[in-house]
Design a protein around this ligand. Structure first.
Ligand SMILES: [Zn+2]
Length: 153
């Protein structure tokens, strides 16, 4: 789904669940559809604070909760930083989490679609979303770890 349609689906979903489409909520949805770096609620709040000085963190959480319930946003487990990261792309893909620098990146074009089809066929479920998270050390952090401890190499 492209960004514009994803944003549209989020706004319609919020309206259908009885939340008013305030400029703040629209901006939260925009951050989620535009950013591919899986922000936390705190990061979304910090990003929008200058534009909406009166917006509370609770508003961000409430909006995120509604979107997660609707299956339009995925709540990813923490990235080793004790924070929930949110993903505005719910089409099947793999999230890679670095436990050292806490970046969360996407891995597309892996055979995830086929996996989904198998899950549907074997369970009879209607899938609203899925979460595939791999944890480890990203290449940058591996390099840093190697250069920091030459004696151990
Ligand atoms: Zn890293």
């Amino acid at each position: 789904m492209d960004q514009r349609r994803r944003l549209q689906a989020m706004l319609e979903g919020l309206r259908a669940s009885g939340l008013r489409l305030t400029p703040q909520r629209v901006a939260i949805c925009e951050v989620l559809t535009r950013s591919r770096n899986h922000p936390t609620a705190y990061q979304i709040h910090r990003r929008l604070r200058r534009r909406f000085p009166t917006m509370s963190l609770a508003t961000v959480y409430k909006t995120l909760d509604a979107l997660v319930r609707l299956g339009l946003v995925s709540a990813l487990g923490d990235a080793g930083d004790g924070m929930v990261h949110y993903d505005g792309a719910t089409d099947p893909h793999i999230n890679l989490v670095c436990l050292s620098c806490h970046r969360v990146q996407d891995l597309e074009d892996v055979a995830v679609e086929g996996l989904h089809a198998q899950v549907v066929a074997r369970s009879g479920y209607v899938l609203r979303g899925a979460r595939l998270v791999y944890y480890g050390l990203c290449p940058d952090c591996q390099r840093k770890a190697r250069s920091k401890s030459p004696a151990e190499a």
